[in-house]
Design a protein around this ligand. Structure first.
Ligand code: G3I
Length: 470
């Protein structure tokens, strides 16, 4: 990696991030001279963008947490409190306490709110998980209508549908109870959200959609193009942007953002975090900001938490503040890049739009070697009456170019959801083989993780694991 050179002259992009190609920089924005912003929100506002964070209601009483959040961010996403299980724990009994707490904190401090998420295969309340067909479709639409109506006028943008596309090379929809109600469930959700709150921007939000050549990116792109062509009300696409060494910031990120924007939607980075530390983490963060600034319809960036210790993957130290609330190198690089401004390229037709399933281009920073070994470790997550979450951490014992891990559950257990990987199943359905969604390269000592939800049917036994490196 080269060391980025930064200048604070507005309207000129000087920072060069190794591995992030900003293509065809043709139009320099003429921006008025302005003092450099001293906080993330002030610096982002200079180009009319927001800078946000996810907030957990339970942490708002922590003074260090809330004062950093108040000082640095002007867009707030509820990390878990507006999800389906939080807002409708029993059918038709809505529970808005924690969501309202976050909205009221945000608004009383002059901040806007991103709503997350109206319809999702994951974090469904128990009563919904076992539903199907038209009763599930109606329950989902009722949920979208009720929740969007409750927050009407208070939400800048809603993640109407979250994570509906499959990982891997299919480019198609993820199988889920909602998907099984019919392929039009997503557009039905968008129409219900528009009817309930016509003032909110309506977004489709997903992960592993950052690399333009990935099949999943293309699948979402084709859906958005189709929605725009048929008048389905969609205003924005959210790119979650959860990165780590196995899934680094792609070199064509700006291309992806620009091509989606060319469909006539805003694009937003919605859940940014990048595992790592020091200058390499700082450079990757800078690359994401640079990519957003290069696209005029990239309207804002949200990081997924305040301090490393607040993160859903705290051990990867993926955020901008350390556990004590100190600014990290990544913070400084983001602030400097926001203050340096960006150059935008005109929104035009896609640079390329593969029609067949493209092969993901390897974008690893670790030189691949053959062979090697890895270790898989299980850790328990949340438990419910009917299901539990688990996380598997893969650790490379030597430099490896990829890995795969089997997770075997015991009958009547069933894995009903996964994240951060591409699963396949044996014929019994008890053995899941998880492979990395992007590059699986890890250098010795590096870790990555994936997770899953097990419907346990009364059997609480931990799954057994293997890890194989190549
Ligand atoms: O609050 C309980 C605590 O009381 C309990 O002791 C503990 C035991 O496991 O669990 C705690 O709840 C956790 C909850 O987050 C609040 O921290 C759950 O275990 C945990 O599963 C839940 O994870 C959330 C995850 O979504 C669930 O899907 C993360 O906080 C949240 O950051 C994460 O966010 C998602 C986005 O919504 C969608 N995109 C991916 C992103 C990261 O996974």
């Amino acid at each position: 990696m080269t060391t980025p050179r930064l200048t604070h002259r507005r309207g000129r992009l000087v920072a060069a991030v190794s591995g992030l190609a900003v293509t065809a920089v043709t139009v320099a924005l003429a921006l008025p001279a302005a003092a450099a912003g001293s906080t993330l929100q002030a610096a982002a506002s200079e180009s009319g963008r927001y800078f946000g964070t996810a907030i957990a209601a339970s942490r708002l009483s922590d003074g260090t947490y809330s004062s950093i959040a108040n000082r640095e961010f002007n867009m707030i996403t509820a990390e878990n409190e507006m999800k389906m299980d939080a807002t409708e724990p029993n059918q038709n009994q809505f529970s808005y306490g924690n969501g309202d707490r976050i909205v009221s904190w945000a608004r009383s401090n002059g901040k806007q709110v991103r709503g997350h998420a109206l319809a999702w295969h994951s974090q469904q309340p128990g009563w919904m998980q076992n539903m199907s067909g038209s009763s599930l479709r109606n329950a989902m639409l009722n949920h979208v209508t009720q929740v969007a109506t409750h927050y009407k006028g208070q939400v800048y943008a809603w993640d109407v549908v979250n994570e509906a596309f499959a990982d891997g090379s299919s480019g198609g929809r993820r199988d889920s109870n909602l998907q099984r109600t019919g392929n039009d469930w997503i557009e039905a959700a968008f129409r219900a959200a528009r009817a309930a709150d016509p003032g909110a921007k309506l977004c489709y939000n997903d992960y592993n959609t950052d690399n333009w050549s990935h099949a999943k990116t293309q699948g979402v792109y084709n859906m958005v193009r189709d929605f725009k062509a048929r008048g389905v009300p969609i205003d924005c696409v959210g790119f979650q942007a959860h990165f780590n060494s196995g899934n680094p910031v792609p070199s064509n990120y700006d291309v992806t953002l620009r091509n989606f924007a060319a469909l006539g939607v805003d694009v937003q980075i919605t859940e940014l975090d990048i595992e790592g530390s020091g200058s390499s983490q700082a450079q990757q963060y800078q690359g994401v900001v640079q990519a957003c600034l290069s696209v005029s319809r990239c309207t804002g960036i949200t990081v997924w938490g305040v301090r490393d210790s607040d993160s859903w993957r705290a051990s990867g130290t993926p955020l901008l503040f350390d556990g004590s609330g100190n600014k990290k190198a990544a913070y400084t690089s983001v602030l400097n890049q926001l203050n340096a401004g960006g150059t935008t390229t005109p929104t035009s037709n896609p640079t390329s739009n593969p029609t067949s399933n493209p092969t993901p281009s390897p974008t690893t920073t670790t030189p691949p070697t053959s062979g090697g070994s890895c270790t898989a470790t299980y850790s328990e997550g949340q438990k419910w009456n009917d299901r539990f979450n688990g996380t598997v951490t893969i650790r490379a014992n030597t430099n490896i170019s990829s890995w795969q891990s089997t997770v075997t559950v015991r009958s009547p257990q069933k894995i009903i959801a996964t994240w951060n990987g591409s699963p396949t199943w044996d014929s019994s359905g008890n053995v899941m083989t998880m492979r990395p969604s992007g590059s699986g390269a890890l250098s010795a000592g590096q870790t990555t993780s994936f997770g899953f939800t097990v419907q346990h049917g009364g059997n609480w036994t931990w799954p057994s694991l293997t890890c194989t490196a190549s």
